[in-house]
Design a protein around this ligand. Structure first.
Ligand SMILES: Nc1ncnc2c1ncn2[C@@H]1O[C@H](COP(=O)(O)OP(=O)(O)O)[C@@H](O)[C@H]1O
Ligand SMILES: [Mg+2]
Length: 150
């Protein structure tokens, strides 16, 4: 499924729409956000986290790797793997302990094996002045989500 996002507000609205389409309990879902620098991964993640009820800032997890949010819809872990190389390093950093929440992951290609256990892939790319988002279900429930989201 593809969605054209003409401006930043459209990316934010898409993040909100994704959150709204999720089941009430987000625990255990893994969303992969890929695309080059400036494609809008953090913009989308920020909108998703705010839509889930977070009122404050959403700092980039580039250095902390994980920014945790404890919200009415459950825990959300905003993960940035830019500085990570491989699944083993990711496990060492505590990836498995984040399974009580929803993991929203930037630069998932740094640990390609993640795709096997993830639910959704959202690929953002430049398209003229705007962006194109491609939503792809990876798991069974991810595929069902994508079908319903259309
Ligand atoms: N749909 C869009 N069209 C045009 N510009 C956008 C769109 N979505 C986001 N932007 C802008 O592009 C930049 C994206 O930055 P960011 O979300 O940090 O990207 P990333 O995390 O992928 O590096 C921001 O300056 C934002 O204002
Ligand atoms: Mg980013």
């Amino acid at each position: 499924m593809k969605v054209f996002l003409p401006d930043e507000a459209a990316t934010a609205a898409f993040g909100q729409a994704l959150l709204d389409a999720f089941p009430a309990d987000l625990a255990g879902w893994t969303l992969l956000l890929s695309g080059e620098l400036g494609a809008g991964k953090s913009t989308l993640a920020r909108a998703f986290i705010k839509a889930a009820g977070h009122g404050g800032a959403v700092p980039s997890p580039t250095y902390t790797l994980v920014e945790p949010y404890s919200l009415p819809r459950g825990n959300i872990y905003h993960v940035d793997l830019y500085r990570v190389s491989g699944e083993e390093e990711l496990r060492y950093l505590g990836w498995n302990e984040l399974d009580d929440g929803c993991r929203i992951v930037e630069w998932p290609d740094r640990a390609p094996g993640l795709a096997q256990s993830a639910d959704l892939s959202i690929e953002l790319g430049y398209e003229g002045q705007g962006r194109m988002a491609r939503l792809l279900g990876l798991s069974e429930r991810g595929k069902a989500f994508t079908e319903k989201f259309k």
